[in-house]
Ligand binder design. Structure first.
Ligand SMILES: [Zn+2]
Length: 446
């Protein structure tokens, strides 16, 4: 299938959702109770894929850098945080309701002034706050109202002083965080693209005001390098310069990086220049100084901030869409082919790196294959599968994106070697068992 055909392909989206469910990547949440609107659970393969994304991100942006530290903050923060950040007042979407069928819509996401569902008349738009409200303690009264964080960012501002002091980082430096955020979206949808509970990977990079333009450009490039590592093709990525009136209340410049999802081109990541808005407001509202003192020049100032934001779930979805391929594969019969679905993940993202497949369930093969599995599993995420025909087992491993299949056959008993099949080329190589781990290590790093 040509990549161009993927755009606006609802059929393709259905296929990806169905594969995710069938193979254990992502299930509808609470399904035995009829589900729960737009909640999704990551299954055994999905959690591996998602963890690989998060760990790869942390390694690249925190561990491999000298100017970055991480935090992991509470999901529910003091409500004063959201007052100071402007979220209580400004974090809203315009909501309209159909007077006839009572369905609700985001006014800015529909065209025309009639209900998209039934054509009925719509109410005038009112602002709906997207924050999830809850109560602290047993009394449900206004003094106890709190909110689940709508973004991970604020903790990096609120903790700025403690992080700067304890880590002894000097500006420019960044604070990174991976964690859940909650938004009471009016119309969630498109699988894991827009959900009310989601995960973010965010960086707040603290700078001097004069450096904002070059730092913005720098992070823009870094984000593209990361997307390259995820295997996302440049031609599927687009920058959208967000015009002033559509920008978030705190931002002086924002670029949305959009990806060509099968349901259309939509936001994948964001890059914003938040100025000194957040630290300035938190300093004002808390009465604490959030100034940075330059140890060399003794200059005191409130740092400005460049914020690259990466959605975890959207990363997973883009990787799934980009990796999904349908192609013809040769069968054991000379000259014959059959269709195969293959997720061509970059190898480092694949949930399972190696599958060990004894040709049959015969005990004499298991005796050789099990110890190979037990050995490999100490080095890579592996799966052992001895059910069904070898062809069907290859198809399954293709569908879950396993880069290498190791087949143990009757010849193995004689030559102490196995067949290693490459997911993408489907080429097979005979490798000595004693050389197998090093061979796979090398291949997986390619
Ligand atoms: Zn209606």
């Amino acid at each position: 299938m040509k990549k161009e055909e993927k755009k606006n392909d609802s059929d393709l989206m259905d296929k990806i959702v169905s594969l995710c469910k069938r193979r254990g990547f992502i299930f509808p949440g609470s399904e035995i109770y009829g589900g729960m609107a737009n909640s999704w659970d990551y299954g055994p393969l999905g959690v591996e894929l998602k963890n690989n994304v998060k760990q790869g991100w942390w390694k690249k942006f925190v561990h491999s850098r000298t100017d970055m530290v991480g935090i992991d903050a509470a999901l529910i923060m003091n409500p004063k945080v959201w007052e100071a950040s402007g979220h209580l007042k400004n974090f809203t979407d315009p909501l309209v309701e159909c007077k006839k069928c009572h369905e609700r819509f985001r006014a800015d996401k529909i065209s025309g002034d009639k209900c998209p569902a039934c054509g009925g008349e719509l109410t005038t738009a009112k602002q709906f706050n997207l924050m999830f409200k809850t109560f602290i303690g047993p009394a449900e009264e206004s003094a106890n109202v709190a909110y689940f964080r709508p973004e991970t960012a604020q903790a990096m501002f609120v903790d700025f002083k403690q992080v700067a002091e304890t880590s002894r980082k000097r500006i420019p430096f960044g604070i990174a965080q991976i964690g859940k955020a909650f938004r009471n979206e009016i119309t969630p949808g498109n699988f894991i693209f827009r959900t009310r509970e989601f995960e973010q990977m965010e960086i707040e990079y603290f700078i001097r005001e004069k450096d904002w333009e070059k730092t913005f450009e720098y992070w823009h490039e870094e984000m593209y390098k990361w997307m390259g590592e995820l295997g996302l093709k440049k031609e599927h990525l687009h920058d959208l310069e967000v015009p002033e009136k559509e920008r978030a209340h705190y931002s002086k410049r924002t670029i949305d990086i959009e990806y060509d999802f099968p349901f259309g081109t939509d936001e994948l990541y964001g890059l914003a220049y938040r100025t000194d808005f957040d630290l300035g407001n938190h300093a004002k509202s808390s009465g604490q100084s959030l100034e940075y003192l330059d140890p060399e020049t003794q200059e005191k100032f409130i740092p400005h901030v460049i914020e690259p934001t990466f959605g975890v779930d959207r990363s997973v979805l883009a990787v799934l869409c980009e990796s999904y391929n349908e192609e013809e594969a040769p069968t054991s019969e000379e000259g014959k082919t059959e269709p195969r679905v293959v997720l061509k993940f970059p190898k480092w993202l694949a949930p399972i790196k190696v599958a060990i497949l004894p040709l049959s369930k015969k005990e004499e093969l298991a005796k050789v294959a099990r110890p190979i599995y037990e050995d490999l599993v100490k080095n890579f995420a592996c799966e052992y599968d001895e059910t069904q025909s070898i062809g069907k087992r290859y198809r399954r491993q293709d569908e879950i994106g396993t880069p290498y299949c190791v087949t143990v056959d009757f010849e193995t008993l004689e030559d102490k070697a196995v067949t290693v099949r490459d997911r993408d080329t489907m080429k097979q190589e005979r490798i000595k068992i004693e050389e197998l781990i090093n061979y796979l290590k090398k291949k997986l790093e390619e």
